[in-house]
Design a protein around this ligand. Structure first.
Ligand SMILES: [Zn+2]
Length: 318
């Protein structure tokens, strides 16, 4: 098994959001990667620039962080040539664990592949390691997301490469990964949402050590999604028995829904559903079920009551 720790540099439309090509808001202009073996030892590097085809000057953001000008990209190969070389360098997909800082690189890589009508070589579902998230889970509160440079600083790792250069950032990400607990890092893998389940059969269900995740197929409306029996179900992920709902799914912002159920054997089960936008104005759900303490259960009850009060006040005002 190899870890492919990669990083992308991309450019955005210099004329701003209104003028951008909606199919390619982020045009990849460089791929950098470090390969680590299963003992976390470095065994290869990849870096290549890509000749831009959509945006021919830099967005001011890109220009600010990049250490190169457009001239440096003129002689570069095309996206399809470079990405093909990259995947060849990666080796067999089934032996590769892709790792990146955050979740956007893998998403934009696939968006660029689709833009050029190239085959998406990744397996479905695509599981990967988001080192930014895993760092937070192992070293911080699990919620915060720090930038690469500040983590390198707090770990006092050497800063011998330029930041915001694909290979440099990939090397830094790899060094951070090397400081983390390997077994635990693998347990906290993420699921990529660029391609989502298209039907019931493809829906994803993953059991982590302390919670369960479910990714649904797309629905036309949020209401339809929340009415779906499989989406709304609160089966206990330990024993598989239906857990009785104490508080039914509720929401304050129609984006995140919460519920509280009780398994006779395993106790309080907290449910959370995040509604996410899919393509063609559709929606899909990411549901997590987690066994929680009495205290956590009480805080959901409180949340629901506060919301009820607020709604009552709104009605009275109206
Ligand atoms: Zn149970």
């Amino acid at each position: 098994m190899n870890y492919i720790v990669f990083d992308l540099e991309w450019n955005q439309c210099p004329g701003g959001k209104e003028k951008e090509n909606k199919k390619l808001p982020f045009e990849i202009i460089q791929i950098g990667a470090v390969k680590l073996n299963d003992r976390y030892e470095e065994c290869g590097q990849f870096q290549e620039k890509i000749k831009p085809r959509v945006y021919h000057s830099f967005h001011h953001h890109t220009q600010e962080v990049l250490h190169m000008n457009m001239k440096a990209f003129r002689k570069a190969r095309s996206f399809s040539e470079v990405v093909t070389a990259f995947f060849e360098w990666c080796g067999p997909m089934e032996e590769a664990v892709f790792c990146s800082w955050g979740s956007q690189d893998l998403l934009e890589l696939q968006r660029n592949l689709r833009f050029y009508h190239m085959k998406n070589p990744f397996p479905f579902p695509l599981c990967y390691l988001d080192i930014q998230k895993i760092y937070s889970l192992q070293r911080e509160d699990g919620r915060s997301r720090k930038n690469l440079q500040s983590v390198i600083d707090s770990l006092e790792l050497p800063k011998d490469q330029p930041f915001h250069e694909a290979l440099g950032d990939a090397c830094y990400t790899a060094r951070i990964l090397q400081t983390l607990d390997q077994k635990k890092a693998l347990e906290y893998f993420s699921v990529d949402y660029f391609r989502i389940p298209q039907n019931r059969k493809e829906e994803i269900q993953i059991c982590y050590e302390t919670y369960q995740k479910f990714v649904s197929k797309p629905f036309r409306t949020k209401t339809e999604a929340m009415r779906d029996r499989k989406v709304a179900s609160t089966r206990c992920y330990i024993c598989g028995k239906p857990a009785r709902k104490k508080i039914r799914w509720f929401t304050g912002n129609s984006k995140n829904y919460y519920c509280l159920a009780c398994c006779e054997e395993h106790g309080w089960l907290k449910g959370k559903i995040r509604i996410k936008k899919a393509e063609d104005n559709q929606f899909f759900c990411v549901k997590t079920l987690k066994l929680v303490s009495e205290e956590d259960a009480a805080s959901i009850i409180k949340k629901k009551e506060a919301l009820k009060e607020k709604q009552k006040r709104c009605r009275a005002d109206g």
